[in-house]
Write a protein of this length. Structure first.
Length: 254
């Protein structure tokens, strides 16, 4: 009889804590979804505005204007609000809903063709037992206008930021991963020619399909399996400043 009422007392402590936890999780979930939708809408709007920058650039060149800003702020704001639409989570947690989101853009300091789009807003959430809380949030992203690349941009603003591709056994570097010289040339031969090559230590103990062996032009090792890992070329992406005195590949350098 001494324990009578203990469950009721425990419930008085546990139930409010449980409700506080669940309501807090729900509030965080809505804030994260609102942030994600705002970021996605900002990205879509910035990408579409970047396409129209080509027309802005053509007009600037024809009119010989010295204005370098190619960001159409009116279009950016309109496209952002069109993509965002009537978002339930934004209306719930953002102060004044989508009308409370301020979208701005400015040119990147290092490259005038790149602009930084920002969405600033206040998050207003009801914290159980603590009342309404307001805090500042912003979403930011970089977008390059569709106005082409200069020679300096294509090379990566200097050797210290330029990446090239090399292999352990080659004496040249490649500027493109898709260079055909990086492709491993493999040909098949009759298994009777095994004595002319050194067996691969990965697949030499296994029988290949048919009576063929596989050999690459880069070494004198034969393989019994076309999918052998020994037939995979090692390609490393390194900074140009780390390759020493290697020359550029004859195809990449054209």
């Amino acid at each position: 009889m001494k324990n009578r009422g203990m469950i009721t007392i425990e419930a008085c402590f546990v139930v409010p804590l449980f409700l506080f936890f669940m309501l807090s999780v729900a509030g965080i979930y809505m804030v994260l979804l609102a942030d994600a939708h705002i970021h996605q809408s900002l990205a879509e709007a910035a990408g579409e505005v970047a396409q129209y920058a080509y027309l802005e650039d053509c007009y600037r060149k024809q009119s010989k204007s010295s204005v370098q800003n190619l960001v159409n702020m009116a279009m950016l704001n309109q496209k952002f609000r069109n993509y965002l639409g009537e978002d339930l989570f934004v209306e719930k947690v953002v102060k004044s809903g989508k009308n409370g989101i301020v979208v701005t853009a400015k040119q990147d300091q290092k490259n005038a063709k790149i602009f930084v789009a920002k969405a600033r807003y206040l998050i207003c959430v009801q914290v159980p037992f603590l009342g309404k809380k307001v805090f500042y949030r912003e979403n930011e992203m970089k977008q390059k206008n569709f106005v082409g690349y200069s020679k300096e941009e294509s090379s990566g603003y200097g050797d210290e930021n330029t990446y090239v591709y090399v292999t352990p056994e080659q004496s040249v570097y490649h500027t493109k991963r898709s260079c055909t010289h990086l492709e491993l040339t493999i040909h098949s031969e009759s298994a009777h020619n095994k004595s002319h090559y050194v067996p691969c230590h990965f697949c030499a103990r296994k029988r290949g399909s048919g009576n063929e062996i596989y050999v690459s032009k880069t070494n004198n090792i034969y393989h019994c399996n076309r999918a052998c890992s020994g037939l995979k070329r090692t390609i490393m992406r390194v900074k140009k400043t780390e390759i020493g005195g290697l020359n550029v590949c004859s195809r990449c350098g054209k």
